[in-house]
Ligand binder design. Structure first.
Ligand code: IMP
Ligand code: MG
Length: 183
């Protein structure tokens, strides 16, 4: 584990997530909201974020995967989005006429978020906002933005606080850089 370097500490995460929660509370004052987390990476962020929101709130999860992303010897390709995103878990209920906050771990090329936003818009929600913990704008391929961004980061491969490398490291409390992987 010694190869991991902390980029953003648990204290920095907690304080930024609290600010984001306050902002969402102010923006949706007096209304109810449903948080939609993207499995699996956003699970920890969603659970912390929604507890900082003082609104009538519920949550659901959606699952997506990229095609052409098989685990295998081409380790450098493990996280690379190919543009072919498919749904692996749909929502439990319609979002029609709801205020929705889509919660994603990291905005990288933007392909995943573009796919999910289009899908959620199809539900005809009352409003749709996007909250991401991390934004790597230098890698963007699609013109998509988040309404709430925790931290803007350089092009490094990140693990911890829900984010994984080959399903490992999701339970690290800090956001860490995994050296020698991409970036
Ligand atoms: P996008 O479709 O390229 O924007 O990719 C978003 C998804 O790629 C995220 O939900 C993550 O699952 C994954 N991802 C992108 N960068 C990283 C990273 O640095 N660490 C872990 N996962 C990443
Ligand atoms: Mg993800």
């Amino acid at each position: 584990m010694s190869e991991l370097k902390t980029m953003i500490s648990r204290e920095q995460i907690a304080s930024r997530v609290a600010e984001m929660g306050k902002q969402i509370t102010a923006d949706l004052a007096g209304q109810s909201v449903i948080f939609v987390g993207v499995l699996k990476g956003a699970a920890i962020f969603l659970s912390d974020l929604m507890r900082q929101v003082r609104l009538d709130a519920t949550f659901d999860f959606i699952g997506v995967a990229s095609y052409g992303n098989p685990p295998g010897p081409k380790q450098e390709k493990v996280w690379d989005s190919t543009g072919e995103v498919r749904l692996t878990k749909d929502l439990d209920h319609s979002l029609r006429d709801k205020n929705v906050v889509l919660v994603e771990d990291i905005l990288d090329t933007g392909l995943t978020l573009t796919f999910i936003k289009r899908l959620l818009q199809g539900h005809q929600p009352k409003s749709l906002r996007v909250a991401v913990l991390l934004d790597k704008p230098s890698r963007r391929k699609m013109a998509v933005q988040a309404d709430y961004v925790g931290f803007t980061i350089p092009d490094k491969f990140i693990v911890g606080y829900g984010l994984d490398y080959a399903e490992q490291y999701r339970n690290l409390p800090d956001i860490c850089v995994l050296p020698d992987v991409g970036g």
